[in-house]
Ligand binder design. Structure first.
Ligand code: NAD
Length: 494
């Protein structure tokens, strides 16, 4: 079902079919999940809720491909060429990918065309450089007589990777998993979020066109409870790479523990934006607004807790509210839009419920707090003021355009305040004191600290969470610790 035919300028949405062993397969008899355009609340199409039996076929296809010399014996530079070819295809199909992403997720095309899609191509090009550089080490055993033994390590792919991604950056986050997994020689079964399946399906078309052997990448569609759980439970999956909520991440660990699958988790956040008294407010104010309102706040590392010095508090809040109000609101495909809808009715209801709980617990509403009076899941950018670190709006991840703002008096208190969270994904720091910035950066409990900048991940720089924001790191060389096994080989020279 495809209701986009009303506009000849829009790209075709891929059919809601699984991609297994290099074939596009209908899942006959499966329950269907409706996919909705969050800007108009109309139906875009539907996808199957794939069964455990379908997941089994995908895992078998991935295992077969993993064992096939067509993939396992490929020269590293040939894997590099495949990844570069895929990156080039992403660039070639950039307009279609951006349009699909904006339609499906609701994010402004101004962002999907300048961020999501270009970043996806950059990540693929970056990881395409790794296959020929991944190698083990040659070493001398420490307790054997010199010259009697030779030892070395091999870095081998883990095997079949089960990758599960959320809906906030459907294409980018799928590539954060696919690119390093494939660079290291693994094969993959990947599931997009049920709300936003289309950009990954389009990517699968490009993976096919790039010439990856059948079964190296398999896409299964479905929800978390049935399809995602079947991936996590499958004994043929060697590693789970999950991005999503902390609650689901914790749940997955118990299933993966059965056969001690390798697991990496990129989970939720409640990241602080700390503005120091000496900060350049011309930079800090728009920075604080962007850190929480871009992508309608649906960013795991959004700066959702603002700490501002009492003497500048009112000025900073007024500035952030003004910046938020200046973002033109509109559907993802509206070229002027800077603030799109949130992804679904369920997400909208969850956000509004959390705002209400925060206000009920004593937070005051500085601006926003409700739904916009128009069709689609549009919310007002919202700022709640609270000095109560136990307020639920301050503690819980809301995953929408909602900021809590808190005053501080003493610089000495700021680290304890910023670190007072179960999460530790990132932190934003604004100051003009170079030395202090780096001293504070060392004390913040966060996987990434941005100083006088925000929201700028990089393929070469590790990304991941402290505390309940996750396990492991994505990006850069560090990610390969999770996509390879180290094997030690020790030989007698006698
Ligand atoms: P979610 O955990 O509900 O779903 C994420 C994915 O997991 C989806 O594909 C879903 O179908 C699947 N899933 C759900 N239950 C499952 C189960 N029992 N077994 C296997 N798979 C299951 O999260 P969401 O609402 O889609 O995404 C928002 C969350 O993701 C937020 O908490 C956000 O902070 C987090 N996130 C984290 C990062 C990061 O890098 N740390 C990035 C983006 C989003």
């Amino acid at each position: 079902m495809n209701t986009l035919s009303d506009s000849a300028t829009r790209p075709r949405l891929p059919e809601g079919r699984n991609f297994i062993a290099g074939e596009w397969r209908d899942e006959s008899g499966a329950e269907r999940i409706t996919v909705t355009d969050p800007a108009s609340e109309t139906v875009l199409g539907d996808i199957p809720c794939s069964s455990a039996a379908t997941v089994d076929k995908a895992v078998r296809a991935a295992r077969k491909a993993f064992n096939d010399p067509a993939w396992s014996n490929l020269a590293p530079m040939e894997r590099e060429a495949l990844l570069h070819r895929l990156a080039a295809l992403v660039e070639q199909h950039a307009d279609d990918l951006a349009t699909i992403e904006s339609l499906d997720n609701g994010k402004p095309i101004a962002f999907s065309s300048t961020l999501d899609v270009p970043l996806s191509a950059q990540w693929l090009h970056y990881f395409a450089g790794w296959p020929s550089k991944l190698s083990g080490r040659s070493m001398h055993p420490a307790v054997q007589p010199t010259g009697s033994h030779h030892a070395y390590t091999l870095r081998q792919p883990v095997g079949v990777v089960g990758a599960i991604v959320p809906w906030n950056f459907p294409l980018v986050l799928a590539i954060w998993k696919l690119a390093p997994a494939l660079a290291a020689g693994n094969t993959v079964v990947i599931k997009p979020a049920e709300q936003t399946p289309y950009s990954l399906l389009k990517l699968a078309e490009l993976i096919e066109a790039a010439g990856f052997p059948p079964g190296v990448v398999n896409v299964v569609l479905g929800d978390g409870r049935t399809t995602g759980q079947a991936i996590v439970d499958h004994p043929g999956v060697d590693k789970i790479s999950f991005t999503g909520s902390t609650a689901v991440g914790k749940h997955l660990l118990t299933s993966a523990a059965n056969d001690l699958k390798r697991v990496t988790l990129e989970l939720g956040g409640k990241s602080p934006t700390v503005i120091l008294p000496d900060a350049d407010l011309e930079t800090a104010i728009p920075g604080a607004a962007q850190a929480v309102f871009v992508n309608s706040g649906q960013i795991c590392f959004a700066g959702t807790r603002l700490f501002a010095p009492r003497k500048h508090f009112d000025r900073i809040l007024e500035g952030v509210a003004e910046a938020a109000k200046s973002f033109p609101v509109g559907a993802g495909l509206d070229p002027n839009s800077m603030l799109g809808p949130v992804v679904s009715q369920q997400q909208m209801d969850s956000i509004l419920g959390k705002v209400e709980a925060g206000v009920k617990a004593g937070a005051s509403t500085f601006c926003g707090g409700g739904r916009l009076d128009r069709e689609g899941y549009f919310l007002e950018p919202t700022i709640l003021v609270t000095d109560d670190a136990q307020n639920p709006a301050y503690r819980e991840e809301i995953f929408g355009p909602v900021l809590t703002a808190t005053r501080y008096d003493e610089l000495d208190d700021i680290i304890a305040m910023a670190n007072d969270s179960e999460y530790g994904l990132s932190a934003n720091l604004y100051t003009s004191h170079f030395g202090l910035a780096h001293r504070l950066a060392a004390q913040l409990q966060a996987g990434t600290v941005w100083i006088n900048t925000q929201l700028s991940p990089d393929p070469h720089i590790p990304f991941g969470g402290f505390k309940q924001s996750g396990w492991g790191r994505e990006n850069g060389e560090d990610v390969f610790a999770h996509y390879t096994e180290t094997k030690s080989v020790i030989a007698s020279l006698a």
